[in-house]
Design a protein around this ligand. Structure first.
Ligand code: AHR
Length: 676
């Protein structure tokens, strides 16, 4: 890049005279090639960014919830995953002992729970004394959880199970290492035959004496007899806000400061077949009574511990708003005609009543019974997922839902699956859903996707976006392209109201979709570069996007924006400039900020944050979880005019702390600390 020979005053003059004059102005000097970013800090010329611009999309995919965010350690806790007909597959439960000489296992339909009748019957053939002596450790069953349970020394685990027996029992409930040899915690349940002749709930609190990320739960005995087990749960006592979410995963979500959570899918909402779609009513109430279901799109069973109520609770715990996606009568392979869709409409109405109805209403009372008498702040619902172009009649179904919902809940905002930017929608909607999965290069150019969209129709909800193809399992290239796309969204936030990356989570043991934002197994986790790129936008919702321009306007490898945001933690205002350099060259950039009072930028407290790496294809991993992660440094030359260096293939943000005379945005008090 050439050095700057045009005085700043001339540059700024150009900026305000109007962009049509800028090329001529710049050509006055010798250094027409000087790259500059010109910002006008006047909020009067800027535009408020919607309060809910950036959020997250949670889908039950990749074991995101079951064996992921939901902290339940037991997989197939009710023995229902093998289906309602017996005998059934009890996987991943397994036998301890010899299945002929010491015990036999089978399933029957004798459970006390009406909606999930399958129970495990364990007949123990050996005994503590006599001819067939049980092995010293006993015989029984174990559950390895979701590819191993992470049991940690000093932590407590609550085991709940239901059992009955024809005789007295002595059952050891233990957390052990992967082969059962190392006991991490154990407790004996001893009961007389009359105590357990009918189904009885037992609760055991176990404290681990050692750590093993690949542990299992065992139920063993050395006593002859028949015992039935059902609904066996093991949960860590410490969960996020005490609501059952795996703490370290929930904290990674909290760190994104999401303003909304779209849930529970995605394709998960639709199912391959409607009979396997997510049905919210089967996911509420006591966990023991939930039937669970097989999600046939992503091909795994969930016990539905993470149900509709828990999703609503999660939104509240993360200080975000729910965006509830419900089935509008479509799966991937079958659909309900508009003339028969009324029961689905009623399900949707009931779900809204459950979330925000009076505690005395039919469904509001169920919410209250689950411990949440206050309504949840449900304002947005989406009618289906990617169903607009389905064979039959999305529009017909949609209108039935729309009419009924708007009549009962006029304030609820409704999101259609049909795109509204290329042509006018033929049905009423508050937002239209837009999904974008594309190559990194295309994603970068999509930063301009909404520049020329009509401003007259409904606003866009980019509820799923990600760079794919050459993105590996989540590399720097993808993250930079996505950051550029988000900068474009920020600039177009008058027409784009919400955006969320997809998918959010992947359990590395069941990777159905790559890339993802957060990768984990039973004990480890890390954010992909895409996760970290989203951190640069945490303060954008509710901020003010400022008028800014890159010069020369032929610069194609840079995308930049400037926002003014207030930090509620320190009560101060910051000007944040974000720039993606999507090229292989270092860029020497002039940043000029107009519209600030002299000396109103404070050196101390201003900083620079960079996301880059040695190789464009670099990814994080369990071995190198922080290989591609933002680094922060103080900004020594913070000021209205700065010469800065943008590294090749990088995302850089400059946070300029404004002095006490600083201009403030209208909605101060909504923001938080800009640390990475
Ligand atoms: O995010 C993964 C999937 O991509 C979602 O389930 C679906 O909506 C989209 O096709």
């Amino acid at each position: 890049m050439g050095s700057c020979k045009v005085p700043y005053s001339v540059l700024l003059l150009c900026f305000f005279i109007g962009s049509f004059l800028v090329p001529q102005c710049l050509s006055i000097g010798d250094d027409a090639n000087q790259t500059a970013f010109l910002v006008n800090a006047s909020e009067a010329l800027g535009r408020p960014i919607p309060e809910t611009l950036f959020g997250i999309f949670f889908e039950e995919i990749n074991h995101a919830g079951a064996g992921g965010l939901w902290a339940e350690l037991v997989s197939n806790r009710g023995f229902e995953a093998g289906g309602p007909d017996t005998p059934s597959n009890i996987d991943p439960w397994s036998i301890i002992g010899d299945e002929y000489s010491s015990l036999t296992l089978s399933t029957d339909r004798s459970s006390c729970f009406e909606h999930n009748k399958v129970a495990l019957r364990m007949e123990v053939l050996c005994d503590a004394e006599g001819t067939d002596i049980c092995p010293a450790g006993g015989v029984g069953i174990y559950n390895p959880g979701f590819w191993g349970m992470n049991i940690e020394k000093g932590k407590k685990y609550k085991v709940v199970l239901y059992l009955r027996s024809s005789g007295a029992i002595n059952v050891s409930v233990s957390l052990t290492g992967p082969n059962g040899l190392e006991t991490l915690a154990t407790h004996d349940i001893i009961a007389s035959s009359c105590d357990v002749s009918n189904w009885k709930k037992m609760e055991v609190l176990l404290e681990a004496n050692a750590t093993n990320p690949n542990s299992r739960l065992q139920l063993t005995t050395t006593r002859k007899g028949v015992i039935w087990f059902d609904q066996v749960s093991a949960m860590p006592v410490d969960t996020y806000k005490g609501h059952g979410f795996r703490s370290e995963l929930a904290e990674m979500l909290a760190d994104l400061k999401p303003k909304f959570i779209r849930f529970p899918g995605g394709c998960f909402v639709e199912g391959e077949w409607l009979r396997n779609a997510f049905r919210w009513k089967a996911t509420i109430g006591p966990w023991e009574e939930r039937p669970g279901h097989f999600g046939d799109v992503w091909k795994y069973w969930t016990d539905d511990g993470l149900g509709y109520f828990e999703f609503l609770q999660l939104t509240e715990d993360l200080g975000s708003l729910p965006v509830w996606v419900f089935n509008s009568g479509f799966s991937h392979n079958d659909q309900v005609s508009s003339s028969s869709v009324r029961p689905f409409v009623q399900e949707a109405l009931d779900s809204i009543e459950f979330a925000r109805g009076d505690p005395n209403s039919t469904w509001g009372s169920m919410r209250a019974a689950m411990g949440h008498p206050e309504p949840f702040d449900l304002r947005y619902v989406a009618l289906g997922n990617e169903d607009c172009l389905k064979k039959n009649n999305y529009r017909g179904n949609y209108l039935k839902f729309h009419t009924a919902i708007k009549k009962a809940y006029p304030d609820i905002k409704i999101i259609t699956n049909c795109f509204g930017f290329s042509r006018k929608l033929d049905h009423p909607a508050d937002f239209y859903d837009y999904h974008l999965y594309t190559s990194a290069n295309n994603m970068f150019s999509m930063a301009h996707r909404f520049d020329h969209t009509s401003r007259g129709g409904p606003k866009a909800f980019v509820s799923e976006y990600a760079a794919t193809g050459n993105a590996g399992k989540g590399n720097l290239l993808a993250a930079l392209a996505e950051a550029a796309f988000l900068i474009g969204i920020e600039q177009n936030s008058d027409i784009v109201s919400m955006a969320s990356y997809a998918p959010l989570f992947v359990n590395d043991n069941d990777r159905k979709w790559s890339p993802d934002a957060i990768v984990f197994n039973s004990s480890q986790l890390y954010g992909t570069p895409s996760y970290w790129a989203q951190h640069f936008f945490r303060e954008s919702s509710s901020a003010t996007v400022l008028h800014s321009t890159i010069q020369p306007n032929t610069t194609t490898s840079l995308i930049a924006s400037a926002i003014m945001w207030n930090n509620s933690d320190d009560g101060k205002s910051y000007l944040r400039i974000k720039i993606v350099n999507f090229g292989n060259d270092t860029v020497n950039l002039k940043i000029s900020v107009d519209g600030l009072e002299p000396n109103s930028i404070q050196l101390s407290g201003s900083n620079k944050t960079e996301l880059t790496s040695g190789n464009l294809m670099d990814e994080n991993s369990f071995n190198e979880p922080k290989k591609v992660k933002p680094t922060q440094s103080s900004l020594e030359n913070a000021g209205k005019d700065m010469d800065v260096v943008l590294l090749p293939y990088s995302l850089t943000s400059f946070d300029l702390l404004k002095g006490s005379s600083s201009i403030r945005t209208a909605r101060s008090g909504y923001f938080s600390r800009p640390s990475f």
